[in-house]
Design a protein around this ligand. Structure first.
Ligand code: FES
Length: 81
């Protein structure tokens, strides 16, 4: 099943949130980050290494908030750890 097929399959708002980009620069979703945490990632550096997040930072252009995703990733680590 392709990423788009899987994305279209989900129904609940909570499921849909897992397909939202957190790191827009490297197209890393909330789900990618949660899976990394479930796999043992504990720090921002772990998430960067496992998912590739923050590897090609150009946040002012790519992220709709204009900010880097680092704090958003840290919040997800706190919630799911
Ligand atoms: S949004 Fe993650 S590095 Fe830019």
């Amino acid at each position: 099943m392709s990423y788009e097929d899987e994305k279209n399959r989900v129904k609940t708002p909570k499921e849909k949130k897992m397909f939202e980009y957190i790191c827009y620069c490297d197209k890393v979703t909330k789900g990618d980050i949660v899976v990394a945490i479930m796999g043992g990632a504990k720090t921002l550096q772990d998430i960067m290494k496992v998912t590739g997040a923050m590897a090609h930072s150009n946040c002012a252009v790519n992220n709709p908030t204009g900010k880097c995703c680092g704090n958003d990733i840290k919040e997800i680590i706190e919630i799911y750890s």
